[in-house]
Design a protein around this ligand. Sequence first.
Ligand SMILES: C[S@@+](CC[C@H](N)C(=O)[O-])C[C@H]1O[C@@H](n2cnc3c(N)ncnc32)[C@H](O)[C@@H]1O
Length: 398
Amino acid sequence: MERHHASVNTVSPNKRKLENYEENRDLKRKKEADGDHANSKLVAEHYNKRGNTSCAERRNSKIFYMRNFNNWTKSVLIRKYTDALYHVGVAHPVVLDLGCGKGGDVLKWDKARPRHLVCTDLAETSVSQCKERYALLKRRNRNRQFFSAEFIVADSSTENLKEKLEDTNLMFDITSCQFVVHYTFESEDKAETMVKNACNNLKEGGYFFGTTVNSEKLINSVKKSDGLSFGNNVYDVTFENKEEFPEFACKYIFQLHDVVNCPEFLLKKETLVRLCKKHNMRLVEWKTFSEFFEENSRPKENFRLIQRMKSLEVFPPNGEPLNSAVEGDYEHAQLECDRINEKYPGSKTRVATLSKTEWEAASIYVVFAFVKEDNNKNLMSSEETRTTAPDKTPLVIL
Ligand SMILES: C[S@@+](CC[C@H](N)C(=O)[O-])C[C@H]1O[C@@H](n2cnc3c(N)ncnc32)[C@H](O)[C@@H]1O
């Protein structure tokens, strides 16, 4: 016994030091690893918890038109770049939907007639729902050739997606990343891994496009606000400080009525451009939602889509109550109707628009697109296409 005690006590101070060091190091590594995944876990939990909403629930939502407007923007974006590929001979693109969520875009992809679609997301439940959505659509269209698809649960900011593909040599024509990439700007490593997953397996001439946060707007809004928050009765953004807005780990909490309540990170245009450049990607488009709408709402097909998708609200309404009860929310629409009615006496002008409340929440996003450089072909202009439309509420005359 004594000897045993003696032997325990005779561990040399150096050995004890080494043991302590190893123990602390392992603890530190575990802590770092947990920390590394902490935000991903939060995001996955948040999205896994969100069930499918019924049509009635969606219709009664305060952000009914804003969500439809976002869907219109995504539809037009998908059509724009699948058309560009069609014109260079890619009729049936191979597509990666990175951060597919519950598969809200599966129907949009069907319209783009892809050859194969890979849907991947961090949230397991969302991926299952996405798979179900695809299966249902495929059953409904069993009389025609339907695109193949695969579904992958993965954290694209820490894992190598290529290794998880059914065919690890698969190359994509398109990577679409809708309302996702900013989640990975928690660290440079994570953002780099996400961008690598988005761009590494793209063919030359292939596109990486999507929607993400409008950092300029977020920074300006918080600077103007009294405290660290700004928003309205459908959304709210809260920063941790408003003195510094670093390239990575610039966290804020984003709350959207009934939908999102999650930590997000600022994503600056120049940072995404820098990360994409490493993969030979050139920026071809970076537009606020307002600019994108101004540029794309006129062509007939897109105009019809506004009506079909109910992506704007009719004003004055056809007997139904307006979606927002906030005073002044349709002032811009009333002014436009008055202007036209004055110009054309007797006309009963109707317009389609978003309430100011819904537009404020929608306009914190931008559209982006990069092309994988191919020196032999000039797919689009060599400069990023930009419009100079002011940030105004979308409105079309019906
Ligand atoms: C706002 S939702 C958008 C879903 C879908 N793209 C859409 O537009 O309907 C954001 C999605 O990004 C996913 N996401 C966030 N971080 C991710 C990551 N590191 N890897 C993969 N998916 C991620 C979330 O799980 C969530 O489904």
